[in-house]
Ligand binder design. Sequence first.
Ligand code: ATP
Length: 446
Amino acid sequence: MSMSKPVSMETIVSLAKRRGFVFPSSEIYGGLASAWDYGPLGSELKNRVQRKWWREMTQLHDNIVGLDASILMHPRVWEASGHVDNFSDVMVEDTITNERFRWDHLTEVQRENRTSPAGNPLSEPRAFNLMFETHLGPTSSGQKVYLRPETAQGIYVNFKNVVQTSRLKIPFGIAQVGKAFRNEIVTKNFIFRTCEFEQLEMQYFVKPGEDEKWFDYWKEQRIRYYDSVGIRPDRLRFKPHGPDELAHYAKAAFDIEYEFPFGWQELEGIHNRTDYDLSRHSEFSGKDLRYLDEEQKERYLPYIVETSAGLTRSVLMVLCDAYDEEEVADGDVRTVLRFHPDLAPITLGVFPLVKKDGLAELAREIEAELRDDYTTFYDQGGAIGRRYRRQDEVGTPFCVTVDYDSKDDGTVTLRFRDSMEQVRVHRSELSERIRAEIKAYRRVGV
Ligand code: ATP
C-alpha cells in the first residue's frame, strides 16, 4: 500500500545526497551557505524538467519562440525595470542572536511587538537591495553591472529584435530558461530559496484589452501542464495576490502554490504586467517599442502576461511530489520516486539475471539497442530484487531483465516501477512497447 503522507525535508535532502541528485556546493571546503550542485542524476532531472517545459512552451504552442539572453545586461535595464529603486526586501535582525529575517516573513504579532520568533528584540527594519553587483573590466572602477535578478528583462529588451526577425503577430510569446541571482536575506529549505537559481519564464505579448482573457488562459494552461507531468493535483492551488501584495508593475497576479513539506509556497507566478515594461524601456532607451498592427493600421505598446516559474524550485517540487514509500509483501517497505517517465533521469534499467552463461553479454547487447531511444542504465551487481529497488529509489520507470529463456526465444522481462508488474516482451518490441507505456502513463493513486 502506498503511503502518500508528506515526506520530511530531511528524507529528501538525504536521498538527494545519497543517490547523487544534489550535493552541497564546495563540500570539501565545508560548503557554501545555501548553494547546491546537481549531481549525475540531479543534472539529468533538472535538464528534463527544463526540456519538458521548453517543449510545452515552444513546441506545443505555435506562437511561442525561444530566447537565450546574457546574464550581464546594460545597467540602465535595471533602472528602467524598477529593480534599482524597488527590488529590495526589508530586513530585521534578532539583537541577541543576530539571526536575520525578512520583515514580510514575520507574523503580524512579531511585527507589532518587534520581537523575533525566539522572543528577542528586533533591530530597526531596513531595506536591502537584492541585486548582486559587480564590475566590468579589470579594475573595480569599471562599469557597474548586475547579475540579472530575473530573466524577464532579457525578453523585453529583445522584443523589437524578435518582432523584426520573426513573422510573429500578436498575440505571441517569448520563452527563456536561465540563471538568475538574488542576494536573499534568508535562504533556506534546501534548493527552494537560493541566491543563485534558474527560472523558466514566458512573456506573452497581447493587445491591450485582451489581457484579461489571456491571463485566464495562461492560468488554466499552467495548471493543466502540471497535471500532464503527473503532479498531484491536491498539492497544487492558486493563490491570488491581494491589492497590497501586487508588485509595482502588476494589474493582477496569481501564484501557483505547491504544498511542500514545509507548507504551501509559491512555485510559479502568473502576472498581468500591463504595458509597464515596454513603456519603461521605451522611455529609458528612447526607442519606439510599439508594435505595428498591419491589419488594423495602428501602433500600440502590447500588454504582457507572464508565467514565471523556478526551475530549481520545480526540481524540488518534482522530488517531493514523486517520493513515496510503499509496503511490499513481507512487511518490507520500498522507497520509490514516482517521476513521470519523461522526467525520470534514467528511463530504463537493463539487467542480466546472472553474469555468467553469456547473459551479461546478451543484456549489454539489448541495452546497446535501446540506447538510441532511451537513457539506459546497465547493472549486473547483486540480487535482482535489490537491483529493482535501487532503480525504484531513483525513479526509473522500467527495468528489463535478461534470463536463460531470452537466449532461446528472444523474450525478456519488462518490469514496471509503479505496479511492480512484470510482462514478457520480445526484445524486438521493447522500444515500441516502452514508448506506448510512456504515452499512456498516468500517475498511480491520483
Ligand atoms: P519571493 O517574494 O518569495 O522572494 P517572488 O515572488 O519575488 O519571490 P518572482 O520574482 O515572482 O518571486 O520569481 C518567479 C519564480 O522564480 C518564483 O515563483 C520561484 O519559483 C522562483 N524564485 C524566485 N526567487 C527564488 C530563489 N531565491 N530561489 C529559487 N527560486 C526562486
